[in-house]
Design a protein around this ligand. Sequence first.
Ligand code: FE2
Ligand code: FE2
Length: 148
Amino acid sequence: MERRAIARHPPLEFAIRIGLPLIDGEHVALVRQLDRLNADQDAHPNSDSFSEVLSGLGRQINAHFDSEEDILRSCGMPPELVLEHINAHTEILEQYARLNLDLMAGKFHTRDEALGLVRRWIVDHVLNHDVRIAEYLPRTDAGKASAA
Ligand SMILES: [Fe+2]
Ligand SMILES: [Fe+2]
């Protein structure tokens, strides 16, 4: 019996950490949803349990992108990088919508295909885009109240 839940790989939880508790918490929550899909061998893309997690995931991703984009616009990142990052979010939301439309239309997706997509939206996106936010965070983030 093999399990491949991401939660069993603590280095990933460290690798996706950017140093902002709000964002890190949201990323961990997203990874947990991916874990749920990975752990449930019966959750095939056209199953009720898969679509239940998928619709919750959609709401979570939307809310997360909103909070992350607020930070992107105010952290001092060059505008072209902010735009590139926001475009990556838009592309994920488009892929999410497309997957839902496919599933509603009864189009078949293998479990690996669907899980691969979700993994790219969550893990690959954090590692390729979100970690760059850390470069623009003040080193004194924890001591915001300290006087000049
Ligand atoms: Fe992002
Ligand atoms: Fe993110």
